[in-house]
Design a protein around this ligand. Structure first.
Ligand code: TXA
Ligand code: MG
Length: 334
């Protein structure tokens, strides 16, 4: 039945069969839930774009069950790409490689490069292995909206547009993978994500961060407006600078409850830990978004570790709600 939710513990074979016959399956990864289709089947992939209302210029990530499957798909890898794959896969790192001719261009939005990763989640890996094909999977949300970290978020956002939803509980990292282009030998981060820049730098030394500027962004998920709740969201420096008074304001705090009177408050990490805060970010925003608020005030978090990726997402969420900002690549996705 369309959109049915099945526990991951019993649903993997059935879900793999759905993928093999061209269907769409939402499944848990260690980052966020993905909306999967057979990456070798252009028609199945077209359904992913349709289900998400995703613009055709925004390419998908191809997911593999095992790092050992990559050379078979794309041929020999540049040394730095192999080194990063070896160190961080399975895990929340997406690498850019040359697109092999077996992957239809709809997956890569016509680019001659392909984003690929091996998720560190037993359900995702078992599903991909059993499907026996690479799986193209964006986050399982409508384009521009909050990413799903629970099966319930997928149901609320995509519902019947998905053939089957595998419920594997809440995801561990709660934000998307870090995207790195290491083909030249000098790694460039294209999207901040669940693998921190510091962790990558421990292995390869200093990396560049290029999140897209004018024109087409380096990774289209880096559009200035993205990850947005339906409720207008605004960034505040801390609770002392936040306006108070309106009774339907919500507040997204990092570690301390704000002193003001808010209709709803979410604290991301009472211990002040950015990894824990990342894990709760989208879940907290989904709850605030469902609370019937007129506005969400969101506090910036310290800019270290996963805090950078959190701030990046908060800024893009808030950008959706700012008037068109000329001179940047802001796109209103409402
Ligand atoms: O954690 C994740 O990466 C999740 C889970 C499901 O794996 N997936 C995810 O997919 O976040 P999505 O579609 O929401 O974001 C994919 C990002 C987009 O920003 C897209 O532009 C970028 O990957 N991307 C895809 N192919 C690319 C390429 N060839 N070069 C640069 N960026 C690319
Ligand atoms: Mg996404």
């Amino acid at each position: 039945m369309a959109g049915s939710v099945v526990p991951a513990s019993t649903g993997i074979s059935g879900a793999a069969a759905v993928l093999r016959r061209g269907g769409l399956v939402a499944f848990p990864t260690e980052t966020v839930y993905g909306l999967g289709a057979n990456a070798l089947d252009a028609q199945a992939v077209a359904r992913v774009f349709e289900a998400k209302a995703r613009p055709s210029f925004d390419p998908l990530i191809t997911h593999l069950a095992d790092a050992a499957d990559l050379p078979g798909l794309v041929g020999p890898l540049p040394a730095m790409v192999s080194a990063l794959a070896e160190r961080f896969w399975p895990g929340p790192l997406t690498l850019i490689v040359a697109r092999p001719s077996t992957i239809p261009t709809i997956v890569t939005s016509g680019l001659d490069t392909m984003a690929v990763r091996v998720p560190d989640h037993p359900v995702a890996r078992a599903l991909i292995a059993e499907a026996g094909v690479p799986i193209a999977a964006p986050s399982a949300n409508r384009f521009g909206r909050l990413s799903p970290t629970r099966a319930e978020h997928v149901v609320a956002g995509l519902g019947d547009a998905v053939d089957l939803i595998l419920d594997g509980g809440p995801t561990r990292y709660g934000i998307e993978s870090t995207i790195v282009d290491a083909r030249s030998g000098h790694p460039v981060v294209r999207r901040l994500g669940a693998l921190s820049v510091e962790e990558i730098e421990e292995v390869v030394g200093r990396v560049e961060i290029e999140l897209g500027s004018s024109g087409l962004p380096a990774a289209p998920g880096t559009l200035a407006a993205h990850y947005a709740p339906r409720t207008p969201i605004r960034i505040v420096i801390d609770s002392a600078s936040a306006p108070v008074g309106a009774d339907l304001r919500g507040y997204l705090a990092f570690r301390d409850r704000p002193p003001g009177d808010y209709a709803a408050v979410e604290v991301l990490s009472p211990g002040g830990n950015s990894t824990q805060a990342a894990a709760h970010l989208f879940d907290a925003l989904h709850r605030l978004d469902a609370a019937g608020l007129t506005e969400i005030l969101a506090e910036r978090v310290p800019d270290t570790g996963l805090g950078r990726a959190i701030n990046d997402r908060l800024e893009r969420a808030a950008a959706t709600w700012r008037p068109f900002d000329q001179g940047s690549n802001t796109v209103l996705v409402i």
